[in-house]
Design a protein around this ligand. Structure first.
Ligand code: AMP
Length: 504
């Protein structure tokens, strides 16, 4: 039985030592190089007497960052990929939540990292990669390993104003790649084109499906996603067989008619997730790529990427909603009503998930963990943990699961998962703000911030927010109000604000 994701890497290296494992715009590494470098990084960390804890990596989308993740796993620790372009305050809040003692950065980022409020030690990636191998120490770590040990933490927006660290075990990732491989029939010839940054869990599928299948993964340069024709040229040139992308990335290709000239000839599977893919976009891809299989993947980070899938097997009209399908093997879906009982076919309920794919919770955040991960309310006979997604869905007449909406104020904006409450808490912490409320204008794809203060201060406000929040979370439109409308419960009247939006 596989207990550690590194066994995939080692088995690939055994069989295909010289095969390209990962490649970015300037470098490619074989399985042999990947394993050796990761072991050196692991050895370097073990020489620091690292305890089983978190190691933050200020990551780029490149092969060095990937090898660093594996190196941290070799040291028996938990890697935390963090985008180095995030505002300093946000990186600091992640460092605080993870109680990190070590942060790994590229030599070029050392000065930036030194400016952060951080008590621990900053290690240079390039130096760690040169560490002497400590075979005995690495073996020692492996002997003590159990598959429920955490492998990584991915941070996601938190409604209390602080990002939440979703903690995922080796077991969950193993379950994910085994189920994906069995369900979709991946093989050793597979070539993946990675689109998602490493601090997004969409990338976890690319990375570990590559290792499991002894395949090759290309890290597609970000700039190509605004140049769809070049992007298709790239897929053609690299003979990409599978893409597992955010639905928004497929949308861009459709909007710019990216498949007009080149239709990537080796592309067998197009898999997408993150939000509802408009049928218009699906049909554009299908018309251009009639022999390709299209698969809608659904699920939140907390259940290790995806819990259901729908392999497109019929025609859809533009106004139809694409189902999210059925659960992967070894995954259970419950649709629970307000009374915590299962709803009947056609009725809407909250999508709840059980199985080995469930996260270990939110790191260092018992309260949020207890709220979302709880005992299956259908019985109390033995421990049966479920994750309440906050997503609402129903079964259609074909018994396929369909996503309908959210229970709360979590949104997807430009492919990013955002709790509007997190923006509001950050706005409210600014001294001149009296009240505020964020509304998402889905039609215009804009986050609109209504705020009440003595006078209009749009410019100062956005400047202050940029220091705290990632760019994608900063409001796209500001509406100053002398007085915020309140409802009969003395709460901000969201309904009225939404109406104001519609009226323009
Ligand atoms: P994330 O944790 O960033 O992957 O976001 C998870 C959330 O994205 C889910 O809880 C859903 O609200 C939404 N989502 C993910 N996949 C899909 C899909 N295929 N269709 C509709 N919504 C989706």
């Amino acid at each position: 039985m596989i207990c550690n994701v590194l066994e995939y890497l080692e088995s690939a290296k055994e069989k295909f030592s010289e095969k390209d494992a990962f490649a970015d715009v300037s470098k490619k590494v074989s399985y042999k190089q990947t394993e050796e470098t990761a072991k050196r990084i692991g050895s370097g960390l073990l020489n620091k007497k690292i305890k089983q804890g978190t190691v933050v990596v200020l990551a780029d989308r490149d092969v060095e960052s990937l090898m660093t993740f594996f190196g941290i796993a070799y040291a028996g620790s938990i890697y935390v990929p963090v985008d180095k372009k995030l505002p300093e305050k946000r990186i600091e809040s992640i460092l605080q939540v993870t109680k990190t003692e070590y942060m790994i950065v590229k030599r070029n980022d050392y000065e930036q990292a030194k400016r952060l409020k951080f008590q621990g030690e900053i290690l240079v990636m390039e130096e760690l990669m040169e560490s002497p191998l400590e075979i005995e120490k690495l073996e020692n770590v492996r002997q003590k390993h159990i598959d429920t040990n955490p492998l990584y933490i991915i941070f996601t927006s938190g409604s209390t104003g602080v990002p939440k660290g979703v903690t995922i075990s080796h077991r969950s990732v193993i379950d994910l790649v085994e189920q994906f491989t069995n369900t979709f029939g991946f093989q050793e010839e597979e070539v993946f084109a990675n689109q998602a940054p490493f601090d997004f869990d969409v990338s976890v599928k690319d990375i570990y499906l590559t290792l499991k299948n002894k395949a090759t993964m290309y890290i597609v340069p970000k700039k190509m996603f605004v140049m769809p024709r070049q992007l298709m040229e790239y897929l053609e040139k690299k003979k990409i067989t599978t893409i597992i992308w955010a639905a928004s990335a497929l949308g861009v290709v459709c909007a710019f008619k990216g498949l007009k000239k080149i239709k990537p000839s080796a592309l067998k599977r197009v898999m997408f997730s993150g939000e509802v893919l408009p049928v218009k976009v699906l049909n554009y891809w299908k018309e251009n790529m009639p022999d390709t299989t299209f698969i809608n993947l659904y699920g939140p980070t907390e259940i290790t990427c995806n819990c259901t899938y729908y392999m497109v097997n019929r025609e859809f009209e533009t106004e139809d909603i694409l189902p999210v399908g059925k659960p992967f093997p070894n995954t259970k879906i419950l649709l629970l009503g307000e009374d915590n009982k299962e709803v009947s076919v056609g009725e809407i309920g909250e999508i709840c998930v059980a199985g080995s794919s469930l996260a270990l919770g939110y790191y260092n955040n018992e309260e949020a963990t207890k709220k979302a991960f709880c005992q299956n309310p259908l019985h109390n006979l033995y421990a049966d943990r479920i994750y309440k997604t906050g997503d609402l869905g129903y079964y259609n007449e074909r018994k396929e699961l369909v996503f309908s909406s959210r229970k709360d104020h979590q949104i997807k904006h430009m492919g990013h998962r955002i709790e509007l409450a997190e923006i509001e808490i950050n706005v409210n912490s600014i001294d001149f703000i009296r009240k505020c409320c964020c509304i998402y204008d889905k039609a215009q794809e804009k986050i609109v911030l209504f705020y009440e203060s003595a006078e209009e201060k749009d410019v100062q406000l956005i400047k202050l927010l940029r220091e705290k929040l990632p760019k994608y979370m900063c409001p796209n439109k500001m509406c100053w109000m002398e007085e915020m409308p309140m409802n009969s419960h003395e709460k901000i009247d969201r309904v009225m604000l939404k109406e104001l939006l519609v009226e323009g």
